[in-house]
Design a protein around this ligand. Structure first.
Ligand code: ADP
Length: 160
């Protein structure tokens, strides 16, 4: 797998230590990782595309083979354009499995070359999700140690 490019797509709204955990693991397996932030306005993100991309760049600055881009449209078309061979997705719990399984098979149906590779984060990151982070912060709780420091600042600015 060492000579190949993999795409790690997601909304990253906002990025958490769980996302960074997956990026670090993927970077050990593939020659190049493109973290692809979805520019999907239907999802009505809390953070702007620029904010999400900047945080991801800062959090992966120590990983020279990782780049951060944005994409819209079908993931399999983007994969083809980038000459990537794999889609990286994180699996936290059984509850992730059904949706991820469906997406992986649909992507392969759309492009038979599109393989999805699932990686598990450290146990300490398995209960982390972007939506839970936003909820904790909104209710005044601390997110220290759960998200990159730049995300903590963004969350603080969002507080009423
Ligand atoms: P999407 O809207 O595409 O699901 P997310 O940003 O929520 O985007 O997630 C992107 C990927 O990262 C998904 O595969 C998700 O399962 C994975 N992921 C999210 N949080 C974690 C975590 N704490 N640990 C490992 N993987 C995670």
């Amino acid at each position: 797998m060492k000579r190949t490019i993999a795409i790690y797509p997601g909304s990253f709204d906002p990025p958490t230590n769980g996302h960074v955990d997956i990026i670090v693991r993927a970077a050990k397996l593939f020659a190049k990782i493109i973290v692809a932030v979805t520019d999907n306005s239907n999802k009505n993100p809390t953070f702007t595309l620029a904010q999400r991309m900047e945080v991801l760049r800062k959090s992966t600055v120590h990983l020279p083979t990782v780049s951060v881009e944005c994409f819209s449209g079908l993931l399999v078309n983007y994969l083809e354009r980038k000459r990537a061979v794999a889609i990286i997705r994180g699996l936290r719990a059984i509850s992730d499995f059904e949706y991820e399984f469906q997406m992986a098979l649909m992507n392969r149906r759309l492009n038979r070359k599109a393989e999805t590779v699932f990686l598990m984060p450290d146990e300490a990151n398995t209960y982390l999700s972007s939506s839970l982070i936003k909820e904790i912060s909104r209710l005044g709780g601390s997110t220290r140690g759960l998200v990159p420091p730049s995300v903590e600042k963004l969350l603080q600015n969002k507080r009423p």
